[in-house]
Design a protein around this ligand. Sequence first.
Ligand SMILES: C[S@@+](CC[C@H](N)C(=O)[O-])C[C@H]1O[C@@H](n2cnc3c(N)ncnc32)[C@H](O)[C@@H]1O
Length: 456
Amino acid sequence: MPNTYDQVLYPSKAFQDTHPDRLATVATLHGLEPPTGDCRVLEVGCGDGSNLIPLAVALPHCHFTGIDLAARPIEIGQATIARLGLANIELHAANILDFPAPAAPFDYILAHGFCSWVPPFVLDAFFTLCQRHLSPHGVVYTSYNTYPQGHLREATRRILRHANSPTVAGAKEYLATVRRQATDPVWTTILDAETQRLNDRDESVTYHDELGETYHCFYVADFLDRAAAFGLQFLSEAKPAALLRPAFSREALAQPDEIAYQQALDLATFRGFRRTLLCRAELPIERGNFTRHVPKLRLASPLRFVSRSAQGGETFRNEPGPGQVELNHPQLLAILHRLEQIWPQAEPLSALLSEPADPVVLDQLLALAAVSLVHLRRFALPVAYQPGPRPLASPLARLQAASRPQLTTLLHTQVQFTEASAREFLVRLDGTCPVAGLGVNPEVLATLYRMGLMLA
Ligand SMILES: C[S@@+](CC[C@H](N)C(=O)[O-])C[C@H]1O[C@@H](n2cnc3c(N)ncnc32)[C@H](O)[C@@H]1O
């Protein structure tokens, strides 16, 4: 049978929550000791390597393996790797069912957009792979569709497939017809929201996600139950907000057990998608005592100082987004002033303070991390904060800039460079031209550094 992912390419990208640094940071906050040295990383269903290749650029001491059933995306990824001359990454067109025993275990196993898009026996093969080939302190990343919101997704999928149209446009037209006929107010509201969701995204995603043969939603408790059958336990959600500022506390939902609590969260928040981290069942996870482990981490912050009040409080703003925050603890202010100088680089907390941190400051750092105003890290990312004598942009971003506006940063985020002149300038930053010879406004160059596009 032809592979649909060969026929219609899936528009992939870098997913920040899959970064081994994020996985290591979350594990550290739970009292674990994740690998942080020369790690081995596997991604299953890696597509064209859009997620894995930027990681290989940013973590040159780690080794990356990607597999995907579809040969065409793998060829595209291999061509990119060859053009970048990367020696620490390999992509293979392979079925997970035939995955050979690796030379050594993997420290991080990533599966983004995989578990919901494969049949149950392939999901079991994935969990078996993790059981056999995850290193003792390794972490697994999985993302998948969840109920209760999944019920709406499944209804939409049923309508789109009922159209029996060979094109996404035809299926969506049928959905519009159903909407025009509908009179029930609950149903029309749902159909409007679903139509909007589909209109907001690339048709090739709908082609696979809604019209494809395989599509599964899970109650999180069932997903974790299946993982447990393979010796894996729930570690955490990967997103800092989901971890540090859950919508409801365990007490509010009256759920003392972790898995029952996670399930209750989904029921109460109508969750439709999860990014779940798993680890080996025997590891002793320490929940809800994150403050204790903050001193083991590196910190970065995009906050910029705005003003100081007569009472000593200081206001900071988040450079890329709206909103301001007023803070007054002297230790926290000292930390943020240093981090402002070095953004997007991070420093260990021990280097930021000469005396032990006040527990209040640790709590405030976590509160800021929950809203991405402080970034917590374990790995030292090779990102620069100020120009050296000859500025060097990420080789991947330079390659991407030659052909498209969306660029991947060294922080594993996406930025849009819609102006061709800005992209041409970035391409020139190959480490050979002195700053003076670039003939550019220093502010423009500083912006590239703050975006995380420049190598240290
Ligand atoms: C929904 S796409 C997700 C791609 C990418 N990870 C992302 O999130 O953008 C699912 C991918 O899993 C791959 N896949 C499905 N079954 C597989 C199998 N048995 N072995 C390896 N890859 C498989 C498909 O070819 C496809 O590229």
